[in-house]
Design a protein around this ligand. Structure first.
Ligand SMILES: [Zn+2]
Length: 108
């Protein structure tokens, strides 16, 4: 089974894979927050332990968000998700329109 898109250069594909992986880390952290918090609270019945988890989660979220924001686009070399000071969750580069799957217009 071919996993790589043959239309995308190999070095671009590797950089896009990093961007996709960082998106998964960020969304995973966001989506797991509530169920994990509720489970910890139910199991420990301790606000302190749950608060400690929240603190760890916030630190991990800041790291994941910083890594997400700093992703460089393989098409244009600029930040993939950031333009000026705004952050986007779009699947396309904010500067050149390169799609995260490797397609898109790719205008540099
Ligand atoms: Zn770009």
């Amino acid at each position: 089974m071919e996993l790589e898109n043959p239309a995308v250069p190999v070095n671009h594909e590797a950089m896009l894979a990093v961007i996709r992986r960082r998106r998964w880390y960020l969304w995973g952290l966001i989506l797991l927050y509530l169920p994990v918090t509720m489970t910890i609270l139910r199991l420990t019945e301790s606000v302190k332990v749950t608060g400690a988890f929240f603190g760890i989660w916030v630190v991990l979220l800041c790291v994941a968000m910083a890594l997400y924001a700093c992703c460089k686009c393989p098409g244009c070399g600029k930040t993939f998700h950031m333009k000026n000071s705004t952050l986007s969750f779009s699947r396309k580069c904010r500067h050149c329109g390169l799609d995260i799957s490797g397609g898109g217009d790719g205008r540099g």
